[in-house]
Design a protein around this ligand. Structure first.
Ligand code: FAD
Length: 117
């Protein structure tokens, strides 16, 4: 069995990947319903995250930095910022958020193009 720290890091990597990709694909101009869906997702993510300490710390960050859901760019930058807060707490390097939308491409751009047709 892998060391606990390795497992925790892998879970973190996978979770952040999904988290940032969802934010980077959130609509440019979300409807109130789409905003609610993302707000619910973020809150649930914090509640169900299986590393208890992580979830507790993250809930505190969410209180301090409430999700900014007015647009894709705003949401993605908010997500980058809150991950940077976690990085800071874990003494990791700060991530450059300026290319966040390009950094998290889901490979599903075609779907979006079809939706617009
Ligand atoms: P990760 O932080 O996992 O990041 C993965 C990749 O995302 C990086 O390689 C980089 O390419 C990119 N990235 C880095 N920063 C950003 C950013 N700001 N925005 C966008 N992309 C970025 N671990 C603990 O030990 N204690 C905790 O309390 C804790 N809390 C956590 C809370 C949550 C909600 C999550 C999802 C994870 C938490 N973790 C915690 C795990 C921790 O954040 C890392 O995932 C883990 O330490 C592995 O780190 P890493 O250096 O591989 O990069």
């Amino acid at each position: 069995k892998m060391a606990n720290e390795t497992l925790k890091a892998e879970l973190g990597n996978a979770s952040w990947k999904l988290f940032h990709t969802i934010l980077a694909r959130y609509p440019e101009t979300p409807t109130p319903e789409q905003k609610q869906h993302l707000a619910d997702y973020i809150r649930s993510f914090a509640l169900v995250y299986p590393c208890g300490d992580c979830a507790r710390h993250f809930a505190v960050f969410l209180e301090k930095y409430p999700p900014q859901l007015s647009s894709r760019k705003t949401a993605a930058l908010w997500g980058c910022h809150i991950h940077n807060q976690v990085n800071l707490r874990l003494h990791k390097q700060e991530y450059d958020c300026s290319t966040i939308l390009e950094d998290y491409d889901c490979g599903c751009g075609q779907d979006e193009a079809e939706e617009l047709q």
